[in-house]
Ligand binder design. Structure first.
Ligand code: CA
Length: 223
């Protein structure tokens, strides 16, 4: 069964060759374009399930491509970034990319990320739309949060995924690695602190949100 079409925007033909066979083995069709302009043109056919996007491209760069994609589409975007490209990564996530893979990567790793973003976007489309906990309202359709006083807050995409994961499992204690796996889609081995950092940001943005730290285990939202 076909898993759908993946769009690779990347000017290095070796990377395209590397990914092509692995995606085919997994039942995906990989279409490849080497400039952002061509990639955007191809995306307008609307059959693409995930975009794999290189940052350093001839013509418009990957960040600008990502910005233009987000202006008209929710298609998941995974950036392909250089090892020392930490700033590129941060900028890309701020432009609305869903995830990133650092070069050099194994094709298996890229396939795993693609499957993870697809799973997350499917979960988003089948889950209930809103959850209310202690006067807080979490709306997964609008991806915003209303506090008990009626103020609407729009967290970043990642922060919302995180708070929604907790809210839609209200009262359950969730471990950091569970949260990482669900929200980031795979194990950031040894980097569960990522969760703590995002929880801290959420508490700052959503003052008084009932997220409890469960000592030595993880987090729980509501009772
Ligand atoms: Ca490049």
């Amino acid at each position: 069964m076909s898993q759908g079409t993946i769009l690779l925007i990347e000017d290095d033909p070796d990377i395209a060759d590397l990914l092509d066979m692995t995606f085919a083995q997994e039942g995906f069709r990989l279409v490849h374009h080497s400039t952002g302009e061509q990639g955007l043109e191809r995306l307008s056919q609307r059959d693409i399930r995930v975009v794999l996007l290189d940052i350093g491209l001839p013509g418009i760069d990957g960040h600008e491509v990502c910005r233009r994609i987000r202006a008209s589409s929710d298609v998941p975007v995974i950036m392909l970034t250089a090892r020392d490209g930490e700033i590129d990564t941060v900028v890309g996530l701020e432009m609305g990319a869903d995830d990133y893979v650092t070069k050099p990567f194994s094709p298996r790793e890229v396939v795993a990320r693609v499957k993870a973003v697809l799973r997350r976007s499917e979960e988003r489309s089948t889950a209930p739309d809103t959850v209310e906990v202690e006067g807080w309202r979490f709306d997964s359709g609008r991806r915003d949060v209303t506090d008990p006083d009626g103020n609407v807050v729009r967290p970043t995409a990642r922060e919302f995924d995180l708070v929604w994961y907790l809210a839609s499992r209200r009262g359950l204690v969730l471990s950091r690695s569970q949260i990482l796996e669900a929200v980031w889609g795979y194990d950031y081995f040894g980097e569960t602190r990522t969760v703590d950092v995002h929880i801290r940001q959420l508490r700052k943005k959503l003052d008084g949100v009932p997220i409890e730290t469960v000592w030595g285990v993880g987090y729980r939202l509501g009772q």
